[in-house]
Design a protein around this ligand. Structure first.
Ligand SMILES: Nc1ncnc2c1ncn2[C@@H]1O[C@H](COP(=O)(O)OP(=O)(O)O)[C@@H](O)[C@H]1O
Ligand SMILES: [Mg+2]
Length: 373
């Protein structure tokens, strides 16, 4: 087996192959008509809805995979396939390599308990239980002994900054803290894969941002894999390791937030990301001045000779020696360099983890902010 193939198999924790889902009285017949050329109107006239069309997707271990799309695009349908709350009309869903369609009911139950769980409504707390027992509630449903579930719940409670509140009742907490208890409960599940269907949709922006930070922090800490649904593009960009864009049952594009912002594959995708605050969403690493190192040609063909002495010395000096310039981190957003570029022609360096990466290109910044068209 090719190393690349082996790698892909190892890392793909959830895989969707050629998945098509039709709702209606006779999905199989509707699918046959579709394949033999019936139009969407004809399918609709027969009382069927094509919710998903030929979806192919691999979700990797430890990522936050965000499914984004407008209402009715098929997000909830797709995520429900992932733990087989609904059955597909065609195609396959594999969790850790297991084809869900071939699992017995008891095997499926075990899978949902130990491998993949769905967070429906993260924030409805039980009013007569302490914070601790609210957080441990999911584990109780899974049948864990009381000591074990409380110990695990405490870890998460500390993680979301609710230490000291564990024996309080929900009514004693502020609104923001209650939401955190809800998130902690959702994340207290044992499974390595967690499915979340628009968990933050109903929250006010301030609390929402706090919970997004909590989620990112918990994901870094525990390394779980999340499939997170949202119709909010800013949330998708903030949270997603990668984003899949759904529209009318089709998966239009899968990529990192930056790939999708910089290279939308179609006008539809470009339309979804049009209102993104580019200065905030694009990191400085994208605005690096092109250097010889970016040249794909072999060294013998590169004309090193015409690079200025200064340019070369820039690369050779360490970060410490370059303290006369403004030095920003590659992960900072473009907006952090704008005030400087507006008033000064001094050069701005970019570093990451103590390594000097190069200079900010004013030209690149301008292109990145302008976007396509
Ligand atoms: N149980 C169902 N029966 C019939 N149609 C459904 C059912 N569930 C979803 N649909 C239809 O499938 C499409 C996708 O729905 P859904 O997955 O809920 O979208 P989203 O979560 O992106 O808003 C919609 O047209 C919806 O009306
Ligand atoms: Mg939905």
């Amino acid at each position: 087996m090719e190393p690349a193939t082996r790698d892909a198999l190892r890392l793909s924790i959830l895989e969707i192959r050629s998945l098509t889902t039709v709702f209606g009285p006779n999905p199989a017949r509707a699918l046959r008509s579709l394949r033999s050329g019936a139009s969407d109107e004809q399918i609709a006239a027969s009382g069927h809805v094509i919710a998903l069309r030929d979806i192919n997707l691999r979700i990797c271990e430890g990522e936050i995979f965000v499914l984004m799309g407008p209402s009715g695009s098929g997000k909830s349908t797709l995520v429900r396939h992932c733990n087989r709350l609904i059955a597909q009309t065609d195609g396959q869903v594999l969790v850790q390599g297991l084809d869900l369609a071939t699992q017995s009911p008891s095997a499926l139950r075990a899978l949902r308990r130990t491998q993949i769980s769905m967070v429906f409504q993260a924030f409805g707390l039980l009013p007569h239980r302490t914070v601790l027992d609210n957080v441990a509630f999911g584990l109780e449903l899974q049948g864990l002994a009381v000591r074990e579930r409380r110990a695990r719940a405490m870890t998460i409670i500390e993680q979301v900054g609710l230490e000291g509140w564990e024996l309080r009742m929900p009514a004693e907490l502020s609104g923001g803290m209650r939401q955190r208890v809800g998130l902690a409960r959702a994340l207290c599940v044992e499974t390595p894969i967690v499915l979340m269907d628009e968990p933050f949709a109903a929250l006010d922006p301030v609390i929402r941002e706090l919970l997004q930070n909590d989620l990112l922090e918990l994901q870094r800490r525990f390394g779980k894999t999340f499939v997170f649904i949202t119709h909010d593009v800013d949330e998708a960009i903030r949270l997603g390791s990668r984003i899949g864009i759904l529209d009318k049952g089709r998966l239009l594009q899968v990529g990192t937030p930056l790939e999708i912002i910089l290279n939308p594959v179609s006008p539809t995708v470009a339309g979804f990301v049009r209102h993104v605050n580019r200065s905030r969403a694009i990191p400085l690493s994208a605005a690096l001045e092109p250097r010889a190192g970016d040249d794909r040609r072999p060294p013998s063909e590169r004309s090193v000779g015409n690079r200025s002495v200064e340019e070369r010395s820039v690369e050779e000096r360490s970060v410490e020696e370059r303290s006369e310039d403004l030095l920003l981190d590659a992960r900072q957003p473009l907006e952090d360099v704008l005030p400087h570029l507006l008033v000064s022609t001094n050069r701005v360096g970019i570093q990451q983890d103590g390594q000097f990466l190069g200079l900010v290109s004013r030209q690149r910044v301008s292109e990145l902010l302008r976007g396509p068209g």
